[in-house]
Design a protein around this ligand. Sequence first.
Ligand code: ATR
Length: 280
Amino acid sequence: MTDRYAVFGNPIGHSRSPWIHARFAEQTGEDIQYDRLEVSLDGFAEAVELFQESGGSGLNVTVPFKEEAWAVADSRSPRAEACGAVNTLLFRNDGGRHGDNTDGEGLVRDLRGNHGVTIQGRRVLVLGAGGAVRGVLQLIAGEHPAMLLIANRTVHKAAELLPLCHDAEDTAACGFEDVAGHGPFDVVINGTSTGLSGELPPLPEGIFADNATAYDMVYGATEPVFLRWAREQGATRTIDGLGMLVEQAAESFRLWRGVTPDTAPVIQELRGAIAEEARK
Ligand code: ATR
């Protein structure tokens, strides 16, 4: 029998997850169906219950429901427990719900596996302190950077995330104007939502070390503004969030199916499809 999965979010029309999981299923021969559902803002818990009762096997959860997904899980992985957000629910045979968060693993695998970027022993700057950053910070710290600085417009929100960073050798939180005093950095990761509106966080110049990598958690047909700025500032390598998207999906797929898909051809094909859509 075909097992059913879906991604819940609001809005959800833009989600690439059904496409990605269809590729994974094709590649691994797993018999699954994967849909997307726009859930009303006050209807998340009920929608999860309905999907589970109707025989669904698991869910991906995206903005703005990741915290609510954490709450509806009755068991959680340590990485989901720590960040307070769940992007993957797995319905157990006993009727319970296991919650996990694969975003941090997706980011680290993309950096390390797809791009050969090491975090261990490096000076790392993370920009932003919202949900996107909260979900990945513990995994970044778990790679043991020499320094992990969180910079955010609202400084106290960055400081509140420091407990997630205890695996880093040294940590600090500050506003954008104080970043230069802690630099330069080998890896700079933009997790603010500024890119979505074509803006840049107000960063000082000269924050990149030699051979630095700039990473933006967003992706699109055109280069994110932050990556363009980073290139102009001398960053050697610039990486957008498309690989992270596919890698977090692969980790969800592995949790559900026990099979790890090969992400490289899916990343390549998705990159091509996005470029093709933009040309039309
Ligand atoms: P997400 O789920 O995408 O992380 P979020 O939780 O609303 O969304 O977080 C948005 C992040 O982008 C925050 O770090 C926010 O900074 P504040 O905490 O100070 O609000 C940051 N951000 C949004 N717009 C920004 C702007 N114009 N300049 C700088 N930072 C911005």
